[in-house]
Structures are given as C-alpha cells and as structure tokens.
Design a protein around this ligand. Structure first.
Ligand code: HEC
Ligand code: HEC
Ligand SMILES: [Ca+2]
Ligand SMILES: [Ca+2]
Ligand SMILES: [Ca+2]
Length: 461
C-alpha cells in the first residue's frame, strides 16, 4: 500500500524533469531563433553591399553565386555563362572548345579567377603586361593604349600549344624590405622581380621593355560597377585637386572597339577596359589566344562566336555580391570610423548608385563597393612604370573592397594589390603611397588596438 504513493511522486518528479527540459529546449530554440532573426535583420537593414543582388553567404563559395533578383531567363543565361567561364580550351582541331593559343597564359577563365575571385600571385594566374617606352619611332597603338612589343604584343604569354614557342620564359622572385610602426614594431614587405628570357629568336626581348605584373581580381559585382553613370565618376574626379585634400582621382579614357570611340575606362587594374563585353573579349584574345568578334584573326575568322561571348559576359555581370557581416560588432564600427577619419573613404567611396540597366536587379541600386573607379597616383613603391592609355606608371584604379575580407576564405594564400605582393590586408595598407600617403601615415601612427579595429572592419566587408 505504501509503495504506490511512493511511486507516484517518483513518476511526478520524472514528469516535472521532462517538462523542465522540454520548456528549456523550447526557450533555447526560441532564443537562438531570435538571435538568428536579429542576424538576418542586421544583414538586411545594414549596408547590403550589392543592393538587391546581395547574397547572404560568406563561405568559400561566396563569390560564385548568381545575383539575387534575376528573372528566370536571366538565370538561364547566367547558367550558360557559368559553363563558358569554366570551359577549358584545347589545341585545334578538337570536337569541343578548340582554338587555344598558339600562345596563352591559361586555358580557362576559371583557372585564373579561382572561385570567380582573384588568382594566386604566381605565373599562370598572374600575368605580365608589356610594352615599349614611347620615343624615337615608337608610338602608342591608340587601340591598345600602349606601344606593343614587336613579335610579342601587349602581354607575355609564357605558355604555348605543342610545337609552338611561348613569348618568353619568365621567372618570378620576391624581394623583401622592412617598415617600422610608430610603436616600434616592424613588418617585412615583399615585392616582385622578374627574370625574362627569350624563348624564340623571332620574339626578341627588348632591354628597355616595360613590364607590369597583374593578378586576376574578383569578377563578382562588376555588372553593378559597369552601370554607375559616367556623370557620377566625372563628379568624383578631381584631377587638379581643386578641394586641396591631396587626392586627385582621374578617369582613364580608353578605346572602345565597338563604338570606335574613346570611352570611360572601368575594368582592369588601371581601368584600361571600357566594359565587361570588351574585358571578356580581351581576356579570350590575350590571356587564352581565343579570337572572337571583338578580336578576330587577321583574315576575319574567329575561334568563338558572339553567343559564347554574350553568355560569358553576362556571367560576370550577374554574380551576387556577398553581404557584410559583424555590423553590430563595436570594433568593426570603430574600424569603420577610423577608415573614414584616415580619409581612406576619399578613394574607397562607401556608397554609390547605379543607373539604368536592362537587367532590373542591376538598375538603380545603392551599392557599397568602396571604390571611386578612378585612377590615383599610388607612389613609387607601387609603380609599374608602364603607362596604360591615360594612366601613368604610378596610377592604379581604386580597388573595390567589397568581399575583401573573404579573399582568403575563397582562396587561401591569395594576395592583395595589383601584383598580389601583399600577403595580408595590413601589408596592402602599408604599401599605399602617393595620394594615399597621408592615409597610410595615419594608419602607421595608430595605436595597435586601432589598427586591429581597422583590419576587423576590412574583414567584415
Ligand atoms: C591568365 C589568367 C587570366 C585568364 C585566363 C582570364 N583572366 Fe580575367 N583577369 C586577369 C588579370 C590579370 C586581370 C587584370 C587585368 C588588367 O589589369 O589589365 C583580369 C581582369 C578581369 C576582369 C576585370 C575585373 C575588374 O574588376 O576590373 C574581368 C571581368 C575578367 N578578368 C574576366 C575574365 C573572363 C570572363 C575570362 C575568360 C574569358 C578571363 N577573365 C580570363 C587574369 C586572367
Ligand atoms: C588615393 C586613393 C586611396 C586612398 C586614400 C586609400 N586607398 Fe586603398 N587603394 C587605392 C588603390 C588605387 C588601390 C590599388 C593599388 C594597387 O593595386 O597597387 C588600393 C588598394 C587597397 C587595398 C587592397 C585591395 C585588394 O583587393 O587587393 C586595401 C585593403 C586598401 N586599399 C585599403 C585602404 C585603407 C585601409 C586606406 C586608408 C588607410 C586606403 N586604402 C586609402 C587607393 C586608395
Ligand atoms: Ca586561337
Ligand atoms: Ca581632391
Ligand atoms: Ca592623381
């Protein structure tokens, strides 16, 4: 008789325990969901880096997702472009993707722009643009913006199909130097040097040849940068530094082979290409040896037709921009303020508006690319000494900083700056000079905690 009342409370205790565990679990789930909802809000209320095209993904795939907001037809074109971007070309004749070379740097877009992002600071991904200095009997080819090297052209293709010779044999070495912070700590920086050997008697290497090493930059977000109105860039430009802040951004005016006229330069690391169709066609022609409607063979024939060029152009145009994260983090917020205080934002403009576009997702978007798309004198340290259209040997286009915090998530060991010399974001800042000298000096003079906050901000982009 006594056993029953004893058993009952025991069962009750279990019941209560289960109830508590259950309620805790429900509460916990709700709490986490609440957090998740907050995070979602943080992303949607805060700067959506690429307007409606923004994708909420900060994984190693972050640069390779289609923009949000594409129509079903646009999604189909994007998918075709995805195939084109990764298509590996081979020596002719071949049943698929023939026409590689004879000289080339690499055999597909995706082999250089890894994960649609930047490539490694190594030959094969990186390439050397070349030209002759202007002088006696040497004049600029108005369509290329430089004086091509006889027998070679405007870039060294260190690869060739079987039985052909490459333009040259190139060896890359890194040279080191040391810089010291206000607090006495120091850092070692590196910069590239080349040994260029003739590979073919028909392609002699001139002793005075100009060279410019370039690593592949990211390709996402370029569709938005393409439709920022010319007037916006003209208004941002201050070639004579009228406002006296030491910053004199300029537009690079380049050749547009389709309109057969001068155009505003936007793409390439010196803003040496007017639009993505041209950039894509030039990459096919120069980087892969694939002739195309914009760059046909001398006899007018071509390796690929307009449809493939269209699809591939649309691919870069229609990739999504990764959303920022950690916007509520006080250190990130502090870093953003320091970024503005050090006048970094005078070139890396945080907010711009796109203009009209046939692609609705790209039109009239407020974007946060952190660039002015202009070329700036970055000092002797970063100089390549190779003018490119109106850009001189010290000028570079302000790098867009969206997604910069994800660069090494997408591709470990990728570098920063035009030649990938900077192994960290900190090194990238330390190389700034010329118009950005004041900003760099402010960074160098900062307390270590402030420098850390600035880097945390960059990593949130
Ligand atoms: C050998 C490596 C290599 C290959 C192959 C290559 N690229 Fe590039 N890409 C580069 C480099 C280097 C740059 C910078 C060029 C410059 O500054 O002139 C670049 C620039 C670009 C840009 C401009 C991005 C910007 O922000 O200005 C786009 C877009 C692009 N490439 C797309 C493509 C497409 C599409 C293909 C294939 C048809 C391709 N690339 C093939 C190396 C490569
Ligand atoms: C005068 C304009 C200007 C100012 C001011 C400026 N930058 Fe830059 N920034 C550039 C240009 C141009 C490049 C590309 C240089 C190159 O590739 O050699 C660049 C590149 C970078 C890069 C490398 C991006 C990449 O994708 O490789 C980072 C990071 C950066 N800047 C951060 C900063 C920070 C932080 C500040 C302030 C301390 C700053 N910049 C101030 C013009 C500027
Ligand atoms: Ca070919
Ligand atoms: Ca100015
Ligand atoms: Ca300038």
């Amino acid at each position: 008789m006594t056993a029953t009342p004893r058993r009952l409370p025991k069962a009750l205790i279990y019941l209560v325990m289960f109830a508590i565990a259950g309620i805790t679990a429900i509460l916990l789930t709700q709490l986490l969901d609440g957090d998740r909802a907050n995070l979602r809000n943080a992303v949607s209320e805060a700067p959506r880096a690429g307007g409606v095209t923004t994708v909420n993904n900060r994984s190693s795939k972050a640069f390779g997702l289609p923009a949000t907001g594409l129509t079903p037809e646009e999604m189909d074109l994007h998918a075709a472009g995805d195939v084109a971007f990764d298509a590996v070309f081979v020596t002719s004749p071949a049943p698929i993707n023939p026409g590689l070379g004879p000289e080339f740097n690499n055999a597909s877009c995706g082999a250089c722009h890894i994960g649609n992002g930047r490539g490694l600071p190594e030959l094969g991904n990186a390439l050397l643009r070349v030209s002759l200095p202007i002088g006696e009997g040497v004049v600029v080819d108005p369509h290329e913006g430089v004086a091509p090297v006889p027998g070679i052209g405007i870039q060294l293709r260190d690869n060739a199909v079987y039985s052909e010779t490459p333009d040259a044999e190139v060896e890359l070495n890194w040279v080191e130097e040391t810089v010291t912070y206000g607090d006495g700590t120091s850092k070692t920086l590196r910069k590239p040097e080349f040994t260029i050997k003739q590979a073919d008697a028909a392609k002699p290497i001139p002793a005075n040849m100009e060279t410019s090493m370039r690593v592949p930059p990211v390709v996402f977000g370029t569709g938005l940068l393409e439709v920022i109105p010319n007037e916006t860039l003209e208004a941002l430009a201050d070639p004579k530094d009228a406002n006296g802040d030491g910053i004199s951004g300029r537009i690079n005016h380049v050749w547009n082979p389709e309109t057969k006229a001068t155009d505003v330069g936007r793409f390439g690391l010196k803003a040496n290409s007017p639009n993505l169709r041209h950039q894509t066609a030039a990459a096919y022609a120069h980087d892969m040896g694939i002739s195309n409607p914009l760059f046909p063979e001398a006899d007018g024939s071509m390796d690929i037709g307009d449809q493939l060029l269209k699809e591939n152009t649309f691919y870069s145009q229609s990739l999504g921009v990764p959303a920022r994260n950690q916007l509520d983090n006080p250190k990130v917020q502090k870093g953003e303020k320091l970024f503005a205080d050090a006048n970094c934002a005078a070139c890396h403009i945080s907010t711009l508006k796109t203009g009209p576009s046939e692609v609705k997702a790209l039109a009239d978007q407020t974007i946060h690319a952190y660039t002015d798309m202009l070329i700036h004198d970055m000092g002797e340290g970063l100089a390549d000494g190779r003018p490119d259209f109106e850009a001189d040997g010290q000028e570079w286009r302000t790098s867009p900083l969206w997604g910069v915090g994800l660069a090494q998530t997408v591709l470990p060991y990728s570098g920063y700056l035009h030649d990938g010399r900077a192994r960290t974001l900190e090194e990238a800042i330390l190389w700034h000079g010329g118009e950005a000298e004041q900003s760099k000096e402010q960074f160098v003079a900062m307390a270590p905690a402030d420098r850390a906050a600035m880097l945390k901000f960059l990593n949130s982009l």
